[in-house]
Design a binder for this molecule. Structure first.
Ligand SMILES: C[S@@+](CC[C@H](N)C(=O)[O-])C[C@H]1O[C@@H](n2cnc3c(N)ncnc32)[C@H](O)[C@@H]1O
Length: 493
């Protein structure tokens, strides 16, 4: 990768809805680097007190990498051997642990503190702080935001909760290994060192995706293959069998993130991106992703009892997200997750969590949530999506040109993503529409707030309203701004 900017593998994390790059998280101040993998059946982890569990775990499992300077004096074959040993240590898999176990250890009793893991939640860029708040409310610890995501610590049950309840995350990644590297062999050894067979069965299909930033490696395709080789060779060593690769719909996705000199390996606990809620059946022409829509609602400050109006509703994404928030419907209730296909899965805790979430849903009722669109086809999409989600009763839909709309209440929040003109004719149409849209909002929607997401650099000038807030946001790879207008009768121009 000679390119200094971010490079992508055949299938990069960032392609899907602008997911961010996981970064090498700073560890909690008192810990050293955390090695994630451990063969617990052979050497059980110490039992720290719950409140200090993550600190003690970090201290117990971590070992600083061996000094590089010593290696450079060794001849090449010895260097490779040394790197292999180092990678095994970095991945937390010491060969010497592989002595026959005296007797199988019983499963961890419920009273024992849960093992603390490190996670990285990806999200559309611009939503990191809102996602951090959401994860904190779910019980995440030691949260740190970075471009495109949030690092956090907690037990595996927190990862189930984040997948089930997060409206803003795109994926929840579980860190399984990390270390320094100089070449492909180092990363291969890192992948080989992980006890993958403790996380998933060999019968599961796998896919590896790599994102790299400033990596000195020449080919992302090649390093993707080498990581896959490391995973398969680990399985072969353990069982004589290897998992099959399935790039489109794998059971298990392995993600790698490479910086200039460090690699991090993750297991993707989500599977399909979390914005795929399993609810939207029709997507219309330019739908916004569900987690971006939910993030915009969060940033708008909309409260579930406040009127909400999307006058360019398309397939109804804002309406569906708002209705689910107002009715306390967990976004993940209608789908499955990759962690359900993993070993070490606490099926009882997961079943309990899902049934609690189900019980917390409020019955569907009419809500002050309104949508309209000029296109009959878009409205039909919104109608069938809301029906399929069982939310049709909660939302009022109507067919209207935005220039003819009237406010459905005295105050509330208008939210929309207007079409973005890519062809010349469309650009001209939009340029004519924006000033009139500004007039409609100013003259008819006094006491409302309007939140408009757009990638169109002309919008702020042409709408002729002064924005009270501008928030940079990414819709996939498209750089946008969320403009907030506080509409007060007789002012704002
Ligand atoms: C980018 S799409 C919105 C997508 C929507 N947020 C979703 O997630 O499906 C823009 C929508 O604006 C609608 N639209 C365009 N011009 C309009 C107008 N003058 N009045 C009302 N709706 C309009 C289009 O029909 C289209 O559905």
């Amino acid at each position: 990768m000679t390119d200094k900017s971010k490079s992508r593998g055949t299938l990069s994390i960032n392609k899907e809805g602008g997911e961010g790059k996981p970064r090498q998280a700073k560890r909690p101040a008192t810990s050293r680097r955390v090695n994630i993998e451990r063969d617990r059946s052979k050497k059980p982890a110490p039992r720290p007190a719950p409140e200090t569990a993550w600190k003690d775990k970090a201290a117990a499992e971590d070992k600083p990498p061996r000094a590089r300077s010593a290696r450079s004096e060794k001849p090449a074959p010895e260097r490779t051997r040394a790197r292999t040993q180092e990678a095994r240590r970095d991945g937390g898999e010491a060969r010497r642990r592989e002595r026959p176990a005296a007797a199988p250890k019983p499963e961890r009793a419920d009273s024992r503190p849960a093992r603390i893991e490190q996670f990285f939640a990806t999200c559309p860029r611009g939503l990191e702080n809102a996602l951090a708040e959401e994860l904190r409310a779910l019980g995440a610890d030691n949260i740190e935001t970075t471009g495109g995501g949030v690092t956090f610590f907690g037990p595996m049950t927190l990862c189930y909760a984040a997948n089930l309840h997060s409206r803003l995350a795109t994926r929840i990644l579980l860190r399984v290994s990390a270390g320094k590297y100089q070449n492909e062999e180092d990363v291969y050894q890192g992948a080989l060192a992980v006890f993958w067979h403790k996380w998933f069965d060999v019968s599961r299909t796998i896919a590896v995706k790599v994102v790299a930033q400033d990596s000195p490696l020449k080919s992302l395709n090649f390093i993707t293959l080498r990581i896959k080789d490391g995973v398969c060779d680990r399985f072969r060593e353990e069982s004589g069998q290897r998992p099959s690769v399935q790039t489109l719909h794998p059971d298990i996705r392995i993600r790698a993130f490479l910086t200039r000199d460090r690699y991090t390996l993750y297991l993707d606990t989500s599977g399909e991106s979390l914005y795929k809620r399993g609810l939207r059946k029709q997507s219309g022409a330019a739908p916004i992703n569900e987690n971006l829509a939910a993030g915009i609602l969060r940033l708008s400050g909309w409260q579930p009892d406040e009127p909400l109006y999307d006058p360019m509703c398309g397939s109804g994404t804002f309406l569906m997200e708002a209705a689910q928030m107002a009715l306390n419907i967990a976004p993940g209730l209608g789908r499955d997750f990759a962690f359900e296909r993993m070993l070490r899965m606490d099926a009882r805790a997961w079943a309990r969590m899902k049934s609690d979430a189900q019980a917390a849903c409020q019955p569907v009722r009419p809500l002050p949530i309104y949508g309209s669109d000029v296109m009959g086809r878009s409205l039909r999409d919104a109608d069938s999506n809301l029906k399929a989600a069982g939310l049709r009763e909660a939302v009022t839909l109507s067919k209207a040109d935005i220039l003819e709309i009237e406010p459905p209440a005295k105050s509330g929040v208008v939210v929309m993503n207007p079409p973005y003109g890519v062809r010349l004719g469309e650009e001209e149409e939009l340029a004519a529409l924006y000033p009139k849209l500004g007039d409609v909002l100013k003259n008819r929607f006094a006491n409302w707030r309007a939140c408009i997401i757009s990638a169109d650099a002309n919008l702020p000038r042409l709408i002729r309203l002064s924005a009270s807030k501008k928030t940079p946001l990414f819709n996939g790879a498209l750089e946008c701004r969320l403009y907030e207008y506080k509409l007060v009768a007789g002012s704002n121009r």
